[in-house]
Design a protein around this ligand. Structure first.
Ligand code: ADP
Ligand code: MG
Ligand code: ZN
Length: 527
């Protein structure tokens, strides 16, 4: 057909029905989905790294110091731990005037480890140190380092130290360092092990890296100093270790003063008296106590906090909040005998802490409570005192058994207390003749892994049992001999629901012996 057309001088033009695409277009089209996918991943990645805390992958925000002008906390806010303050003030001194140290060639402390129970003011003290020295303060919690993505922790440590170097003189504070600083061999850590180890190694490297001419002090806090990797505590790293204890009576009064300073109090408030009945309480607990009292004052529309509110708040903090349930008469009676049993043994056992309060008003999980606290602070316990405590803990269950001939689930926490105490006495405190003065039970983990034989563990179990049984026997005999006191106490308790110390001793027909034999507060509760 084309030939014919051309012979007749016709112009023939033909275009293909389908447009042929160029090579480039073809390529573009086939690559586009992949490109889109890549873009999507990049977007996801960025979004995720944005969520990974402040730093991300070095692309996000950097570590920002807390401006010294903004830290309003100074040593004035930290009360009752003067000896700790004195030790740490050397750090402040160095940061304020490093030249003096350098002139003599004295090496300042590089790392200071604050250890002590929760709520004793470690974090507060670190902040106050920065506030006193008036230098930038880098605050990092260990958990911030351990992220989902491996390698982030180490890079964040590097960033943190870099930022601190730039801002020097400065303070780095790593809170709850045990989260990353656990012994590396420890088989307890599950998951994130490598990540934690890398982070820890990076901290060690950074601390080794800075010379004494660098004006950075690293503070760290932990409430588990025993699980820390020894490498952290080597000279040149956290070579200074400061133990923060729960405050003594004078300290508690000072802490109460600090925290009531911003609260309106009536003139009848006696903080010294309050400090005497709060042995064992930490700074955080005292701060909470003051606040609870202030809340109570608001609730009662008082113009200021009075001693009444403080005492009521103490009761609430110690015994728990009252639960509004109506107990069946039978159960109430059993609870009354249970608590009377605890209280009576607490009064009869020589050297036990004086009984302060008994109540059969249900609070929290407990159906009733018996509160006994010492008159003063106590730092160690002797064998007889501990036995007395086991006897006291047996009191509730034994009284129920004696009077009603039943055992109830309410005694669970009592059993737990007495078993735990007995295990500690036998296995850790060397108070068993058959085991001898050796420590059999490790602080944590399987004793078998620590090289303790099955036979030894068997003996421990037998000794624990013998000890508890001996104490039980004594509890039973004491209650049997003093049955009338038990009945009288339970009766009065059923009538009044809550008894305070004077009423308790009176109902039991006993005189309070003010034996100067103190201890930390304890609560026997029935669930
Ligand atoms: P830790 O870090 O040791 O667990 P914190 O430093 O977080 O305890 O203490 C919590 C709160 O308890 C503080 O903010 C403070 O209000 C109060 N507190 C603790 N110890 C003291 C103290 N020694 N003096 C004054 N307040 C304290
Ligand atoms: Mg803390
Ligand atoms: Zn009990």
């Amino acid at each position: 057909m084309l030939g014919e057309l051309e012979q007749n001088n016709a112009t023939a033009r033909a275009t293909p029905l389908v447009d042929e695409r160029g090579v480039l277009t073809n390529l573009l089209i086939s690559v586009a989905p992949i490109a889109l996918l890549v873009l999507f991943y990049l977007w996801l990645f960025k979004k995720q790294s944005g969520m990974l805390g402040m730093g991300g992958f070095g692309a996000g925000k950097k570590f920002q110091p807390v401006d010294p002008e903004k830290i309003r906390v100074t040593f004035k806010d930290v009360a009752g731990i003067d000896e700790v303050e004195a030790e740490i003030s050397e750090v402040v001194d160095f940061l304020k005037d490093p030249k003096r140290y350098q002139a003599i060639g004295a090496k300042p402390p590089k790392g200071v480890l604050l250890s002590g129970p929760p709520g004793t003011g470690k974090t507060l003290l670190a902040r106050a140190t920065a506030g006193e020295a008036r230098v930038p303060f880098f605050h990092a919690s260990s958990s911030e380092f351990v992220e989902m993505v491996v390698g982030v922790g180490a890079s964040r440590v590097r960033e943190l130290f870099q930022a601190a170097r730039t801002a020097a003189p400065s303070i780095i504070f790593i809170d709850e360092i045990d989260a990353i600083g656990r012994k590396r061999s420890s088989s307890l850590a599950v998951g994130g092990h490598d990540e934690r180890e890398q982070t820890l190694n990076q901290i060690l490297t950074e601390m080794d890296g800075f010379s004494s001419s660098e004006e950075i002090v690293v503070l760290a806090a932990t409430n588990r100093p025993d699980v820390l990797d020894p490498a952290l505590l080597r000279p040149g790293r956290f070579d200074r270790s400061i133990t923060v204890h729960a405050p003594d009576q004078v300290g508690r009064a000072q802490i109460l003063r600090v925290h009531t300073a911003s609260v309106k109090t009536s003139p009848d408030v006696d903080l010294d008296a309050l400090s005497r009945i709060t042995p064992g309480m930490t700074g955080a607990e005292l701060a909470n106590l003051v606040n609870e009292a202030a809340l109570l004052a608001v609730k009662r529309s008082r113009p200021a906090v009075t001693q009444r509110e403080l005492l009521d708040a103490l009761e609430k903090v110690r015994l728990g909040t009252v639960r509004n349930v109506i107990m069946p008469a039978e159960e109430r009676k059993r609870t009354a005998y249970h608590e009377s049993g605890h209280a009576l043994l607490g009064m009869l056992e020589p050297g036990a802490d004086p009984v302060r309060k008994i109540s059969i008003i249900p609070r929290g999980r407990a159906l009733g409570v018996t509160l006994s606290t010492s008159d003063t602070d106590r730092y160690g316990y002797d064998e007889n005192y501990l036995k007395g405590r086991i006897v006291g803990a047996r009191g509730g269950m034994t009284a129920e058994d004696l009077v009603f001939g039943v055992v109830t689930t309410g005694a669970e926490s009592d059993l737990q207390t007495s078993t735990h105490l007995a295990r500690m006495m036998v296995g850790r405190w060397g108070m068993s003749k058959r085991i001898g003065p050796v420590q059999v039970l490790p602080e944590e983990g399987d004793p078998r892994a620590a090289g303790v034989s099955e036979g030894m563990l068997d003996t421990v179990a037998k000794e624990v049992r013998a000890l508890v049984e001996q104490c039980h026997q004594r509890a039973f005999e004491l209650l049997q001999e003093n049955r009338w006191r038990l009945d009288s106490l339970a009766e009065r308790l059923l009538e009044k629901e809550t008894l305070d110390d004077q009423e308790i001793y009176e109902a039991a027909g006993l005189h309070r012996t003010t034996a100067p034999d103190p201890a930390t507060p304890r609560v026997n509760s029935q669930q």
